[in-house]
Design a protein around this ligand. Structure first.
Ligand SMILES: Cc1cc2nc3c(=O)[nH]c(=O)nc-3n(C[C@H](O)[C@H](O)[C@H](O)COP(=O)(O)OP(=O)(O)OC[C@H]3O[C@@H](n4cnc5c(N)ncnc54)[C@H](O)[C@@H]3O)c2cc1C
Length: 483
């Protein structure tokens, strides 16, 4: 990016948001060079933190004026490099837009700015007995804008669906700076589903500045079980069998022995270190129905050689079980400083086969792979542990990651269940999509963003060579393409 354009842009941005909220020193920019996918690092030329939709509009207009690419950024918990500014340019950080605008308990709707955290919405709705159902494990930090852009899910997606099922409307600043609203509070099926298009578009079609989301009543009856199995294969079979018996739990989450031991090292909560895997099953709904489902779950667990099973006696025990699951990735930091978390999806019935073949891939590449599964919906999170300084190990991690994604597609699944494509899986898109599919995606991108200025280089693979693309040198590209 020419230095003169950046300096001129910085001057004008200061007039819009104030000096304090335009960052340009190398040390301040360093904090914004990646998201939670730390393999791909590219520093922005400038960071700007607007406080209102109007300021976001002015910022985007200025980016257009100076032909500087821009990328929206929430809490940067993304795991596919979506918020990483791979062409440099402007990082537009929305975390100052953190106001909850309204909670309407009658219509069960919350309206919030894009930088509000997921959990803050549920906290604001709690006095009315309501909550926001999508619950990514990052929910205390990740923002509504990021959730919407990634179409995030969570442990309770199995029963309650993804973010797309809970967003009613969103205010969007389009790539040219104009403002629009997709969706509405009333049911509307009379036009193109532009809201559906926006959700999951990873910040490539515009910047969401506000959203109205559906709230659900909290279930009065919840039962949470923690069970141990001798192996992930037996635990995985239990998961398949529970659903095959007609039970749809609110959540069914599994962690393998590597993860289980890391969590126990961290929390000291008395987990069974000798078990092959730990399975959490949560049931909710009317008490009579839970009672029947509980019997089926216990029966199936025993049929699949469960080593032991316990139901949480109270809210405190239930919270502890969830703490074990939700701190899994953090706990893995005790084993290696870096972890590459994959997000492939497979049909639930293929869980056992997938687990066995992922272990083979790990052995072949001499890598430790820890596994965390949203087992109920076949969403796998193998975490490949590595040291970033060890280039040989990084290369093996990437090769193994690619083979695991190939395996997911091969088993009838796909590349991502919830973390998105970003830059991380852009090279793998042709595994899952034909040239025609990718061309159709390109048309949509061009219709919204003809100048390719809004979060360029994400999701859709580009055919340009490294030299002509202007993309910052990324370790991933270097290792996969040799340039
Ligand atoms: C420990 C951990 C656990 C996680 N668990 C889950 C999980 O259970 N389920 C799950 O789905 N994900 C999970 N994630 C991934 C991540 O938290 C989600 O993708 C989350 O929605 C990202 O939100 P964010 O605010 O951090 O967005 P960012 O990381 O800042 O951005 C993500 C993408 O959204 C775009 N974006 C951000 N804000 C906007 C906006 N206002 N308008 C348009 N585009 C925008 C960015 O450009 C980028 O492409 C986890 C991550 C971590 C680190």
């Amino acid at each position: 990016m020419p230095g003169t354009a950046i300096s001129a842009l910085a001057e004008e941005l200061v007039r819009v948001v104030g000096k304090k909220y335009v960052l340009s020193t190398p040390s301040s920019l360093a904090l914004y060079e990646c998201d939670a996918e730390t393999m791909d690092v590219a520093r922005p030329d400038l960071v700007v933190l607007p406080r209102s939709t109007l300021e976001v509009q002015r910022v985007v207009e200025l980016a257009n004026k100076f032909s500087v690419p821009f990328t929206a950024r929430g809490a940067a918990t993304g795991l596919s490099g979506g918020a990483t500014t791979i062409y440099g340019g402007l990082s537009i950080v929305l975390t100052r837009m953190n106001r909850i605008l309204s909670i309407d308990p009658k219509d069960m709707v919350a309206q919030a700015e894009a930088g509000v955290t997921n959990l803050a919405v549920s906290h604001a709705a709690a006095p009315y007995g309501l909550y926001f159902a999508p619950d990514p494990s990052s929910q205390s930090a990740s923002t509504i804008g990021g959730n919407l852009a990634e179409n995030s899910g969570g442990p309770h997606t199995l029963k309650y669906g993804m973010t797309v099922h809970h967003v009613l409307s969103t205010k969007v600043v389009l790539p040219d700076g104009s403002l629009t609203v997709f969706g509405g509070r009333a049911k509307d099926k009379i036009s193109l589903d532009l809201l559906g298009l926006m959700v999951g578009s990873e910040g490539t079609l515009g910047i969401a500045t506000e959203a109205s989301v559906r709230l659900l009543p909290k279930s009065r009856f919840v039962e949470t079980m923690l069970a141990y199995f001798p192996s992930v294969a037996t635990g995985g079979q239990a998961v398949s069998d529970i659903v095959a018996h007609g039970v749809v739990p609110a959540a069914m989450e599994m962690i393998d022995s590597v993860t289980l031991n890391a969590v126990e090292d961290y929390l000291h909560m008395g987990l069974n270190r000798a078990a092959g895997c730990l399975l959490v099953v949560e049931l909710d709904g009317p008490s009579e129905s839970i009672h029947v489902q509980r019997q089926i779950v216990e029966l199936v667990a025993k049929e699949n050689a469960a080593l032991s099973l316990n139901w949480a006696k109270d809210e405190k025990e239930r919270a502890l079980i969830w703490k074990a699951r939700k701190t899994s990735f953090g706990a893995l930091g005790r084993i290696a400083p870096h972890g590459y978390v994959l997000d492939g999806v497979i049909p639930r019935s293929k869980l056992k086969e997938a687990i066995e073949r992922i272990a083979e891939i790990g052995e072949k590449h001499k890598l430790t792979i820890a596994n965390v599964y949203h087992a109920g919906d076949g969403n796998l999170h193998p975490c490949l542990l590595y040291h970033r300084e060890n280039e040989d190990e990084v290369q093996r991690v990437m090769l193994a990651g690619r083979q695991i994604l190939e395996l997911c597609v091969d088993l009838g699944g796909t590349l991502s269940g919830e973390h998105g494509i970003g830059i991380e899986k852009v090279h793998e898109m042709p595994m899952a999509f034909s040239a025609h599919d990718l061309e159709a995606m390109t048309w949509i991108k061009k219709a919204f963003d003809p100048r390719s200025i809004c979060n360029p280089g994400k999701i859709i693979p580009q055919l340009k060579s490294c030299g002509e693309s202007g993309m910052r040198p990324l370790l991933r590209h270097k290792l996969l393409t040799g340039c």
